[in-house]
Design a protein around this ligand. Structure first.
Ligand SMILES: Cc1cc2nc3c(=O)[nH]c(=O)nc-3n(C[C@H](O)[C@H](O)[C@H](O)COP(=O)(O)O)c2cc1C
Length: 160
């Protein structure tokens, strides 16, 4: 199984999360294709699933991440599942709380999810929020580990 891990990052925090996700995919014996959208805005799309991430800036995704998500279908991404992730401040400590109540629509990942869903893409409703402790970061101490655990679970549930 091959997964794309595509991300935007301004200060490097979302990059670290993307790298943790890719590391976990590889640790499970699968292939990961890591793409930084600021280096490659139109990567060749391949693989069985995608993780797509963005920093949260002014409550939403960056324009770089938005442009990529908007073009996914036109670029040939079909029914393969997509998991959205972001970095943002004020994330609840308990991961189970991060998609509940008002959190269901918060952050870059929720906006990316809704955009891709409106295009008919196969996006997981639940998104992955990883916390930063200030406007420019750094990630919370547990952030990378949380990203890895989430990735492991997402891969397991998709392989069922
Ligand atoms: C201009 C700007 C706007 C931001 N807006 C938000 C926001 O609306 N909500 C939030 O939780 N964090 C916000 N943040 C904090 C970012 O989420 C944080 O910079 C980001 O996680 C860093 O990711 P990066 O290092 O990958 O760029 C903002 C930061 C900047 C610089």
């Amino acid at each position: 199984m091959k997964s794309m891990v595509v991300y935007d990052s301004v200060y490097g925090n979302t990059k670290k999360v993307a790298e943790a996700i890719a590391e976990e995919i590889k640790a499970g014996g699968n292939e990961a294709v890591l793409v930084n959208l600021r280096e490659n805005a139109k990567p060749a799309l391949e693989g069985d699933m995608m993780f797509l991430g963005s920093p949260t800036r002014w409550f939403k995704m960056t324009s770089v991440a938005k442009d990529f998500a908007k073009n996914l279908k036109a670029m040939g991404w079909k029914e393969q599942p997509i998991v959205m992730f972001d970095t943002m401040m004020g994330v609840p400590e308990d991961m189970a709380e991060r998609n509940k109540g008002s959190w269901a629509t918060k952050g870059a990942a929720a906006k990316l999810r809704d955009l891709a869903k409106a295009d008919g893409l196969n996006v997981k409703d639940e998104v992955l929020h990883i916390g930063v402790t200030g406007m420019k970061g750094p990630l919370t101490a547990t952030g990378q580990e949380e990203a890895k655990n989430y990735t492991k679970q997402a891969l397991a549930s998709l392989n069922k």
